[in-house]
Design a protein around this ligand. Structure first.
Ligand SMILES: [Zn+2]
Length: 203
């Protein structure tokens, strides 16, 4: 037992998708690296925390500008479409296609099918946002821009059921064909995403 190693391994274990064994491998990997690498890594972590902000509207991370809201939210202020995506990487990929010109909401994770387990999805924040934006006539369509996987599908159905009841006047749509099962939005090419957006299915 080595306390220092255990302690650092525990920190890595809290990373998404990292188990005990992988966490320890990270520690040993770092022990083999030179001081230059360790310095770059630690300052990189400190800098990313101090220079990056989270948008108060869409929850995506952006380089600090002194404002609470990111440029994408400011630029799409007049759109009446809101797209719900799982994570920042999905947002970036969709933005690249330029096929969608509306607002975003980063969910931050999926709703866990096991109700006892913690869910990272920002469900409450999403409801709050839709409530405010539908009340002042700012959104009329909600687009589910989620990957194609059982977890994403479970999340979409749960959200749809919940939101449809609360906001009956809202139009709900979901990215259409072209995205096959197991498709990660983050890795989808531009043509596929464009097609999926243009053939989105209204529910
Ligand atoms: Zn934003």
């Amino acid at each position: 037992m080595n306390n220092r190693i255990d302690k650092l391994a525990q920190l890595f274990e809290s990373f998404p998708g990292i188990g005990k064994r992988q966490a320890r491998r990270f520690v040993y990997f770092l022990l083999h690296k030179d001081n230059g690498y360790i310095h770059d890594l630690t300052t990189g972590i400190i800098n990313v925390k101090s220079e990056i902000d989270q948008c108060h509207e869409c929850y995506r991370f952006f380089t600090k500008t002194g404002k609470d809201v990111c440029d994408t939210c400011i630029n799409h202020e007049h759109s009446n479409q809101l797209m719900v995506v799982e994570k920042d990487a999905d947002f970036e990929n969709i933005e690249k296609t330029k096929v969608y010109d509306g607002k975003y909401f980063i969910l931050g994770g999926f709703i866990n099918p096991n109700e006892k387990k913690r869910s990272f999805a920002r469900t409450e924040q999403l409801i709050h946002r839709i409530k405010r934006d539908t009340q002042n006539g700012k959104i009329s369509e909600l687009i589910f821009g989620l990957s194609v996987s059982p977890e994403a599908e479970h999340t979409r159905i749960r959200l749809y059921t919940m939101l449809r009841e609360k906001f009956p006047e809202l139009i709900f749509s979901t990215l259409g064909r072209g995205l096959s099962t197991g498709t990660e939005l983050e890795y989808s090419d531009m043509e596929t995403l464009k097609h999926a957006f243009n053939s989105r299915i209204t529910q």
